[in-house]
Design a protein around this ligand. Sequence first.
Ligand code: GAL
Length: 417
Amino acid sequence: MRHGKIIAALSAAALALTSLTGCGSKEPDLEIFSWWVAGSEANGLAALQDVLAEKYPDITFVNNGASCGGGSCKDVLQTRMAGGNPPDSFQVHAGAEAQDYITAGQLEDVSYLYEEFGLNDVFPKDLVDMLTQDGKIYTIPSNVHRSNVIWASVASLEAAGLNTESAYYESIDAFIQALDKAVAAGIEKPLAVGTTWCQVHLLETVLMADLDQATYNGLFDGTTDWAGPEVKVALDHFAKLMTYTNVDRDAMDWEPAMDKIFEGTAVFTIMGDWVPGALGEKVEGTDYLWAPSPGTQGTYGFLADSFGLTVGGPNPDGGKAWLDVISSREGQIAFNKVKGSIPARTDIDLTEFPAYQQAAAQSFSNDKIVGSIQHGAMATIQQGDDTGLAVSKFTGGAMDDAAMAALQADLVKAYSS
Ligand code: GAL
């Protein structure tokens, strides 16, 4: 089947009231937590809100989320839930991350909604398996994203004397040669990256490049040793790549980091395919190029956002309406066209979608699928947190041999449970 390979791979201020429809002072009939709050990411959520307003005009909606890329602020959600103040529904990545909430008993079984909304045959089975435990299905996917993508600005490629026809590099070493060329041409920090989670994102794409599919998957089931030589090669590559990145990286999220390639202070950024949602009127080929990240041609770095019904959520009917919206054809078309992702539903004709999503869907059908670390497909919340700590300790320090040994040891520890 088309998607048949996934399983193999696979605060107070922050609690900003980000959108409210309907009567101003009324308590919301539906409250969600999502990090699609700011910048281009808010546009995808707005598209879903429009569908909600059409299908459920009487429902007042609030995204009581927090602004952070990659779900790096999900501790805000966890604190709320631990405090007995859960939202009705929340954004969660399919895979190990969703399993954490399922195991903690924080998600309702929504199998009956799959029946009610006619969803049983519309999602890839392997994706639904990632959201299932003991035969019960706990969330509904809204989209599928790809993590391993490189984005380059054509003007910066030109300024750096690099190939302006393709942004693909066969290996990390070939990419490093291109970065050296950009430095020699005067672009001192040609690889734009944002804060810790973006650095973990970069690291996962290097692991996808340097490890084959089975070895990469083995990192999460204990069959590949994080202390082993293949991982060391990837970590050395990661450390080298970090030397080409902007020094202000820890102060920014992915979108301002990406802006650097269009400002001319960088040439490339490696980021998931939420980037198209931020490109506005820019034209592929003229303004920017994209390609699988270096060394990952034929591999699709998978992640999916999903939503469920929170145990103890105050407005279950509002929550159900939200799940109806995010899983509906209208919802998935409206959201994914804007967001850069592809619909999780398999019964949507993509010919009306932008060229990027059409190409991504082809890759999703044909490539080897490996799951994202940063975006919860493979790493549990604890493993993700520990990976972030290990990476920030490394990139915030000397990045010397001792720090490299500590990084690898920290990763061994993070994935040993
Ligand atoms: C991912 C999420 C995407 C996008 C991205 C950047 O974790 O799945 O939908 O929001 O973070 O924030």
